[in-house]
Design a protein around this ligand. Structure first.
Ligand code: LRH
Ligand code: MN
Ligand code: MN
Length: 387
């Protein structure tokens, strides 16, 4: 294992995790949003907070935006503002789920006028990408039905395909669309993009620039997510992750908090499948309803780094040999050896090599940023979630 360490450290230095603008704002459940002191009031202030996360972790150079939560007059100016803070704007997330017109869906709605409105929003998101220099358009649709018979399941798939194809045709050469699936919520009977298979089928028809997003919170309990990751990578169709943790449904808790072993298994398949490249966007999609937001984002990033380090430490040769010889117990032991390694000292070294504090959370707490924003920002903005 010692021989592999320099290569593992090199790989860890190349890691990038994208943080979501909405993780910095106030959020909650449908029961209550607990406002926190110092939360950002504008997209620029969200970028200021994201810059702090990057300053202390060194691995979060991009920030996902959500339109209209991050609507501004001048997106090129916002990108320049990000640039001045050492950041770039990342994926543009569309939002077709918070308008009264979307009661029966957006691009799958039975009424062509509503579909047109939703499509126009998606096309506007591509205009925004042109201005920000973003590569990825992330699409998640709340579309679906609540009752059997409510709408024609198959016709809704046709409407979905038609709108996706219009968006695909609008993409520039370097731009991609990422289609996200989720098995239920807000629709409770059918969801129009409920699973990786549906997302994959649409992306396959669309072409090379269409990829699937795996949001770790969007599966039924017990789903083997690493199998999905392996399958999508094998097909060249894995575009991105939305990392977060779930105990029950789409809980959006800190990545790696609920099941660090699952995150490790996912990262093992990413590395095995050649997905540990900039071609795969590693994003967080989470909200911090009761915990302090910036240190929670830092903690999540560290959890992703730890899972990655452990996955990189898997002795691939020993694993392959055990698998070839059918040594079930040895193969499992090789994997568990890597998982059970305490990689925190290794990551501390990687940070020190990069001139960073080995303990990003402690460094953040010492920085005084939390006090400064609590003093300066009054009336923080809601992330977009909650009542
Ligand atoms: C939907 C989702 C999707 C949205 C984000 C805010 O549940 O995961 O990625 O855009 O939450
Ligand atoms: Mn998501
Ligand atoms: Mn979600």
């Amino acid at each position: 294992m010692t021989d592999a360490l320099p290569a593992v450290k090199d790989a860890l230095r190349t890691q990038a995790v994208e943080t979501p603008s909405w993780a910095y704002g106030n959020s909650g459940t449908r029961f209550k949003v607990f406002a926190q002191p110092g939360v950002p009031r504008t997209p620029r202030e969200k970028l200021d907070d994201a810059a702090k996360v990057h300053e202390f972790t060194g691995v979060t150079p991009t920030v996902s935006l959500h339109i209209p939560w991050d609507r501004v007059e001048d997106y090129a100016a916002l990108a320049a503002y990000a640039g001045e803070r050492g950041l770039k704007l990342g994926a543009i997330n569309s939002n077709t789920f918070q308008d009264d017109d979307y009661r029966l869906g957006s691009i799958c709605h039975p009424d062509a006028k509503v579909r047109r409105k939703a499509l126009d929003h998606l096309l506007e998101c591509v205009d925004i990408m042109d201005a920000t220099g973003s590569r990825d358009l992330k699409l998640w649709f709340a579309d679906g039905t609540n009752y059997p018979g409510q709408d024609d399941i198959r016709a809704r798939q046709d409407r979905l395909a038609e709108a996706l194809s219009a968006v695909y045709g609008r993409l520039g050469d370097e731009q991609r669309m990422l289609l996200e699936y989720k098995f239920f919520e807000p629709a409770f009977y059918t969801t129009d993009v409920p699973d990786w298979g549906t997302a994959y089928a649409h992306c396959l028809t669309l072409g090379q620039k269409a990829r699937v997003v795996v949001d770790t919170g969007h599966h039924a309990p017990g789903t083997n997510i690493e199998f999905i990751v392996a399958t999508l990578l094998r097909a060249g169709k894995l575009g991105a992750f939305d990392f977060n943790s779930r105990f029950y449904a789409d809980d959006d808790l800190m990545a790696g908090a609920a099941d660090p072993f699952q995150l490790f298994r996912i990262m093992c398949e990413v590395i095995r499948g050649g997905g540990f490249t900039p071609d795969t966007a590693f994003m967080l999609d989470q909200c911090h309803n009761i915990e302090a937001k910036i240190p929670a984002v830092i903690r999540s990033v560290m959890n992703v780094q730890e899972a990655t380090a452990k996955a990189l430490l898997v002795d691939r040769e020993a694993l392959a040999a055990a698998q070839r010889s059918g040594d079930v117990l040895e193969a499992n032991a090789v994997l568990m050896d890597a998982y059970n390694t305490d990689v925190r000292p290794l990551l501390a070294e990687v940070r020190e090599d990069q001139g960073l504090d080995p303990d990003p959370v402690a460094a953040y707490h010492r920085s005084g940023w939390a006090r400064k924003i609590a003093d300066e920002r009054v009336g923080g903005q809601q992330a977009g979630w909650g009542a």
